[in-house]
Design a protein around this ligand. Sequence first.
Ligand code: UFG
Length: 349
Amino acid sequence: MATYLVCGGAGYIGSHMCKRLHEAGHEVVVCDDLSTGHAGALLWGKHEFGSIEDANFLRTLFSKYAFDGVLHFAALSLVAESMRHPQRYYQHNVAATLNLLGVMREFEVKKFVFSSTAAVFGEPQSRLIAEDHPTAPMNPYGLSKLMVEQILRDSCRAYGIRAVSLRYFNAAGADPSGLIGEAHDPETHLIPKLVRKAAGEDIVVAINGTDYATEDGTCVRDYVHVNDLADAHLRALEHLDYAVGMHTFNLGSGRGYSVREVVDAVREVSGEPIDIPTTSRRPGDPSHLVASGKHAKAVLGWAPRYTAMGAIIETALNWHSSATFRAWMAEKEAVATAGARADQHSAQG
Ligand code: UFG
């Protein structure tokens, strides 16, 4: 049994990780300021409220617990937002991670698993993207993640840290228990938007672009179930028990689905004939992003267990139709409204 710090453990992928670590018999400490995460997701381990931007908070945390390693999910992750607010992205995703790594060094914590992304690649030059594919991010979000990968490479060499960077392709689905899942506001991702529409929510969703150089003209993505991602992290931690240096893995299934195929699959699983119009391309969208899962399979022994799109969608539909999902969203809205009222009050006073 080990004790792991999960930064961003109240978020979508972080909360699934906490459940997985707990099931594997580990102690979990979540550090999360609930800026985007949900209090309702804090079901496993202890919660320490605070931000990784605050080095003194981190020092208190590292003094209180003897961590065997850190899993870092706390980041901003919207491509379009990163184009509008690049400094915010470099601050949260790069500067704050440097803070965390600095405190890890002070306390001699050596194991680090980092949430990276397929956005480090930009427009791909091959059908399947392997780890050595050239990196050319098309937005500050992808670049912020690539910068941290470089910082990790240098830190491993200089300070003896052991790190794994996991480049997620498209995370999707929810834990079948219905206890946790994706709950973003605003929601920008394809599967949750479609599923929420199928569950009867009044949500605007259209197919972004039908003139890509793909089989049916819509973008192709490699969707990976969030519990398969959690499983890869657990394997990464085990790998770091003996592997030194920095290791990078692309996490995907090797099978791409077009936007149209995903729409059809949601119609089929939900039984709802949702009407989805088409619109123009979304800026910054590569046409085709599909991982070669070979390296993760060879080194970590990892392959996704959710191989059918229908099975991924079923778990998402189960979550997005639940009372728990609606309660989380209502709570976030109440907090936002109270914050806006307080702002108005102080502006008047
Ligand atoms: N899409 C639509 N309509 C929508 C929402 C999405 O057609 O209402 C399309 C997108 O244009 C894209 C595909 O569905 O072609 C998937 O879009 P998502 O927003 O679900 O996911 P992305 O592929 O944009 O995002 C993923 C990761 C990011 C990463 C990005 C890199 O979630 O972390 O790939 O391009 F940065």
